[in-house]
Design a protein around this ligand. Structure first.
Ligand SMILES: Nc1nc2c(ncn2[C@@H]2O[C@H](COP(=O)(O)OP(=O)(O)OP(=O)(O)O)[C@@H](O)[C@H]2O)c(=O)[nH]1
Ligand SMILES: [Mg+2]
Length: 251
């Protein structure tokens, strides 16, 4: 089972090399795609150097900062054009432990979308200021209330998708720019009848580089969630034919 981890970057020169090398170490059957939005701090050049040194590393250069959602959409399209069976998401700032990729990928044996979750039993958040935790916890309650999505950490950016999920979720019609992208992908996967599971992870606040977290990202997530809640069903539409739950070997 060939896997790809997509790492979006904007000014992550302090950590990108360690993130990529640790991802490569996590499991041998994994390639890395860095999607860099022309970072002024030279992150793209570091990624190019890593790609030149190791055929498992690839880089997609985009012309300017376009947001998390468009970066992931471009990365997933790149992966779907190749033979990858599992496509993962991971931040570049080492908030996610690249070694956990192995567990995330293994869990796709029994799930279509595996979310590395801070809020299921065993999950942890290290060094986050109280206000960030509050926004995140209440944000997730809001999403659950408005859409019915039964996930405790729907904005998490550490994930593994089985290929059929990304093929079924028409990426060209995914609209979100910021963290709302994570909500949109989880909601669409669940509504389509794919099996979504949360795997506990430890999330550690970045100690290097600068956050891209802004008020407008939160505002986008709030209004889009309200629209999705009004526009779509509050339950999954049965089991998708391509879900592991529908396959004979499913656990
Ligand atoms: N390509 C690309 N990557 C982005 C963009 N915005 C954020 N990222 C990357 O997305 C990942 C998550 O962004 P962060 O700034 O760490 O967001 P966060 O984890 O919510 O915020 P912190 O807790 O403050 O780190 C990082 O790898 C960023 O470099 C963007 O516009 N384009
Ligand atoms: Mg971060």
């Amino acid at each position: 089972m060939h896997a790809l981890v997509v790492i979006p970057t904007y000014n992550e020169s302090a950590t990108i090399e360690r993130a990529v090398l640790r991802a490569l170490d996590a499991t041998p059957d994994l390639d890395v795609l860095v999607v860099d939005d022309a970072s002024p701090d030279g992150t793209g050049a570091i990624a190019d150097r890593l790609a030149a040194a190791d055929a498992r590393v690839h880089v997609l250069h985009r012309p300017g900062k376009g947001g998390l959602g468009p970066a992931y959409r471009a990365g997933f399209a790149w992966g779907l054009a190749r033979q990858y069976q599992v496509l993962c998401e991971m931040d570049a700032d080492l908030s996610h432990d690249p070694a956990d990729l192995r567990r995330l990928i293994a869990a796709t044996d029994g799930a279509d979308l595996v979310i590395g979750s801070r809020y299921v039993p065993g999950g942890r958040v290290e060094n986050w200021p109280a206000h960030r935790l509050l926004v995140s916890r209440w944000g997730n309650r809001y999403v659950n209330l408005l859409t019915g999505l039964p996930v405790t950490d729907a904005t998490a950016g550490f994930r593994a998708f089985r290929r059929p999920v990304l093929e079924a979720v028409d990426l060209a019609t995914v609209v979100s720019d910021g963290y709302a992208f994570q909500l949109e992908m989880a909601l669409r996967s669940w509504r389509a009848g794919f099996r979504v599971v949360e795997l506990p992870i430890t999330f550690t606040e970045r100690s290097e580089g600068a956050s891209k977290f802004t008020r407008s990202i939160v505002v986008e997530a709030l209004w889009r969630t309200a629209r999705w809640g009004l526009a779509g069903p509050r339950r999954a539409a049965g089991v998708h034919p391509d879900s592991v739950a529908a396959l004979p070997h499913a656990v």
